[in-house]
Ligand binder design. Structure first.
Ligand code: UDX
Ligand code: UDX
Length: 493
């Protein structure tokens, strides 16, 4: 097995950046260069203000940047030097042409393959890190095979990344498994062993799973689909709980203790967001449809339907509780990122909840500890969110620099992201600042332990998957079926 000295990663995003940073820290004998076409992003990686927020990332970057970890826009040089090249570019859902709204757009992966074929010489191991449709590695292989350069020899591996944002460093340092797929021939097996040796610097060999290329590619899509399906399952039960008086937290605990079901990923919410779940399920659906597996496609489609239903249901509950109108009412939105401990807003449920409330004419005062004002305005001004009236966003939305400011003169406070700090706010102070009756809509159940206190303060508390007023008529009766806003049809970019 040959000794790897240089690794190059194309794509300095949420996946490529943290992954290669941890590889550099764990393999001091290997030089890792992360390259990207986006100059500003590379500059940020080389600065004190990294382009992404991820707990622990700054420390790891600082421990090896300039020693064996480099961020650069010189893609050709990094490719030339590398023994292993990771492709970590984005694979967004197509927004045009065949497969629009479903298929993954592989143009960036293809562009990387073409660039590698043009520049590289000698032996290279090219690793698909990006999540791709099953058999995408074939594209890379065909491009290399048709390269006229006799000096180029290569192996293509699939090595999907399972890190979750907010816990990326922890996930990378202590992964549940490392999955490597490659060709079932001596060349493929040797390449797998070479890549495996990199991970073996810190991951026990028993956690490194090797498969054929297609199983590896499909496992990533399947893992994300299964995780998303769990959330839609518990969210579907949450709808039932709100009407019957069952508490979805208690139900999740009761079923989660069954080892066959397990505890994680049963937190009812306003729906899953993030760059992966929706994109990967759409991709899975598209693959099934093109292979005439219509029933399978419909099954996974329903996971997405429930996710959007949950977002609409939350918005319609707010409208209903606020006496069937939020027009010209001011609402505080706490949390805009798609989950806590990240500044990432891609496919965040907050965006959709805000959209549905803006459609009703509500004024929103938004606060998030890690998302910039520009990002929030950009997300809400996207044509699929603001429709043909982007001016509406500046009329209806204000961004607060701290949570108390957001709550000033509002009719309701909505918790859309489960940031820990929302548990420790001074709710007495918030109550004083709000119009009465003052409502809290907890879309993340972060205030579960505080209900008694909040009720004593005077709040009307509405929470996902629970009736806080089981025996009284205080809580307004709502019928989400009659009031559901129209779902967002177009796929956002
Ligand atoms: C993305 C996908 O979302 C995920 O499904 C996939 O597994 C890996 O790629 P992420 O790292 O979150 O994950 O994407 P993003 O933060 O958008 O980073 C991709 C980077 O690739 C960007 O910085 C972009 O500038 C860069 N890029 C894209 C290139 O360097 N070259 C290209 O040709 C295209
Ligand atoms: C996911 C996968 O977990 C990861 O393995 C893959 O590599 C990328 O996609 P990520 O999207 O970063 O990671 O975060 P994740 O923790 O999975 O959360 C996704 C969404 O589901 C978030 O909006 C989160 O709030 C929501 N969620 C998660 C719930 O609503 N309930 C839960 O119980 C868990």
């Amino acid at each position: 097995m040959f000794q790897v000295k240089n690794i190059c990663c194309i794509g300095a995003g949420y996946v490529g950046g943290p992954t290669c940073t941890v590889i550099a820290q764990m393999c001091p004998d290997v030089t890792v260069t992360v390259v990207d076409i986006n100059e500003a992003r590379i500059q940020a990686w080389n600065s004190d203000k990294l382009p992404i927020y991820e707990p622990g990332l700054q420390e790891v970057v600082e421990s090896c940047r300039g020693k064996n970890l480099f961020f650069s826009t010189n893609i050709p040089e990094a490719i030339r030097k590398a023994d292993i090249i990771f492709i970590s570019v984005n694979t967004p859902t197509k927004t045009f042409g065949m497969g629009k709204g479903r298929a993954a757009d592989l143009k960036y992966v293809e562009a990387c393959a073409r660039q590698i074929a043009e520049i590289a010489d000698g032996y290279k191991i090219v690793v698909e890190k990006s999540t791709v449709p099953v058999r995408a590695a074939e594209i890379i292989r065909r491009i290399f095979k048709t390269s006229t350069k006799p000096s180029l020899s290569f192996q293509v591996l699939s090595n999907p990344e399972f890190l979750a944002e907010g816990t990326a460093i922890e996930n990378l340092k202590n992964p549940d498994r490392i999955l490597i797929g490659g060709d079932d021939n001596p060349g493929g097996q040797e390449a797998i062993a070479t890549l495996s040796a990199i991970y073996e610097h810190w991951v026990p060999k028993s956690k490194i799973i090797t498969t054929n290329t297609w199983s590896s590619e499909l496992s990533k899509l399947a893992a994300n689909a299964f995780l998303a399906q769990r959330i839609s399952s518990i969210n579907s039960i949450s709808a039932l709980c709100e009407i019957t008086g069952a508490d979805v937290g208690e139900v999740a605990h009761a079923i989660g203790t069954d080892q066959r079901i397990g505890r994680p990923f049963l937190q009812a919410s306003i729906g899953f967001g993030g760059s992966c779940f929706q994109k990967d399920i759409l991709n899975l659906i598209y693959i099934c449809e093109t292979l005439s597996l219509h029933e399978v496609a419909m099954y996974w489609q329903q996971v997405l339907e429930i996710n959007d239903y949950q977002r609409r249901r939350f918005a319609s509950r707010i409208v209903s509780c606020l006496f069937n109108t939020v027009a010209d009412k001011k609402l505080a939105v706490l949390g805009f990122s798609f989950k806590k401990d990240t500044g990432d807003t891609r496919e965040s449920s907050s965006i959709y909840v805000c959209k549905y409330l803006m459609d009703e004419g509500a004024h929103l005062a938004i606060y998030d500890p890690k998302v910039s004002r520009e990002q929030i305005i950009r997300d809400l001004s996207h044509p699929t969110i603001s429709g043909d009236n982007p001016e509406r966003v500046s009329e209806l939305v204000s961004i607060a620099s701290e949570p108390y400011e957001a709550c000033e003169n509002t009719h309701a406070l909505l918790i859309c992201t489960e940031w820990d700090l929302f548990k420790d706010l001074d709710y007495e102070r918030i109550y004083q600042k709000m119009l009465k009756p003052a409502f809290i809509f907890d879309g993340r159940r972060v205030l579960d332990g505080l209900h008694k206190k909040l009720l004593q303060i005077g709040f009307q508390v509405e929470t996902i998957g629970k009736k806080v007023y089981p025996n009284t008529t205080v809580a307004p009766v709502y019928n989400p079926r009659q009031q559901d806003p129209t779902p967002v049809k177009k796929v956002r970019i």
